[in-house]
Design a protein around this ligand. Structure first.
Ligand code: PAF
Length: 283
């Protein structure tokens, strides 16, 4: 039977558990999550195991990255199911602090990322989001002190923001982004997919199909803005309320007008019913 990962709930216990790994010279990789794990997260754990002898998975539904009207209260929480998946995946440690441990009484420091965090994409619709993410990820990085941290590329802007944050704060780790894991019909795996009704689930792959079509046409030399405008129409015709479909520089996320100024990343966010989905694709 696989060994159940050790669940740790306080920073001092975490440091104590990690010390023997470090003294034996064993590398540590961190996979930060909000829980509600799916195959995408497990692919991150697998990559973490390739990079380091020891793998820590954090499970923390971080209140500071949700606005009051968002789904913090209803975000899927399934700790025992997650533990079963992480036992199977042979993770070593599950770092699962409470909100009080992460943000104790008197907590008063918050990061305010700029650059990619102010690109006018997710930040335009969720202005609180990257401050909350950068703060909690900086804390996770200092609590665990991993050699590697593994993120999915589905939250592409987040990946750019945390990569820059680690660099700017001289944190001695490598941030790695892994390709999005998808359903057979192209829908990006997300813990929020459980919110979709049967009909919404049928429409949902339109986002990825539109990204594929736009990427192909832009690569073939068609004008970017015209291609995106048609893509936007395709998405809204499929019952989505579109927040954005944009072509950006893949590293800075600055707007980009031509293929030669690339590499280009296409990014989309749209709401179907009550569920907001995001996706992205390299050109
Ligand atoms: O992408 C997520 O799951 C979260 O934003 C993260 C990185 C774990 C920070 O809470």
């Amino acid at each position: 039977m696989a060994h159940r990962p050790t669940v740790i709930r306080t920073v001092s216990a975490l440091r104590k558990a990690l010390a023997p790994f470090r003294s034996r010279g064993q590398g540590i990789a961190l996979v930060p999550t909000l829980g509600a794990l799916h195959r995408g997260h497990l692919a991150l754990v697998k990559e973490a195991q390739k990079r380091a002898r020891r793998v820590v998975v954090s499970i923390f539904v971080n209140p500071t990255q949700f606005a009051p009207h968002e789904d913090f209260g209803s975000y899927p929480r399934q700790f025992e199911t997650d533990m079963a998946a992480l036992t199977e995946a042979k993770a070593d440690i599950v770092w699962a602090p409470s909100s009080e441990v992460m943000y104790p009484q008197g907590f008063a420091t918050r990061l305010a990322p700029e650059g990619a965090a102010l690109a006018g994409l997710e930040d335009k619709f969720r202005p609180h989001f990257f401050g909350g993410v950068a703060t909690v990820v900086a804390k996770l990085f200092t609590q665990v002190s991993p050699d590697f941290a593994i993120f999915g590329q589905k939250d592409y802007q987040q990946l750019r923001v945390v990569t820059q944050m680690a660099k700017d704060l001289d944190l001695p780790l490598k941030v790695i982004g892994l390709p999005t894991v998808r359903e057979k019909d192209g829908l990006a795996l997300s813990s929020r997919n459980v919110y979709l009704s049967e009909l919404e689930r049928m429409h949902a792959p339109v986002l990825y199909r539109t990204l594929l079509t736009c990427a192909g046409r832009i690569k073939a030399g068609e004008p970017i803005e015209m291609v995106l405008e048609e893509g936007r129409l395709d998405i809204t015709r499929a019952e989505f309320a579109l927040d954005y479909l944009e072509a950006r520089h893949a590293l800075t996320l600055a707007p980009i007008a031509s293929l030669k100024d690339g590499p280009i990343r296409l990014l989309v966010a749209a709401k179907i019913g009550k569920t907001r989905l995001i996706d992205n694709l390299g050109v």
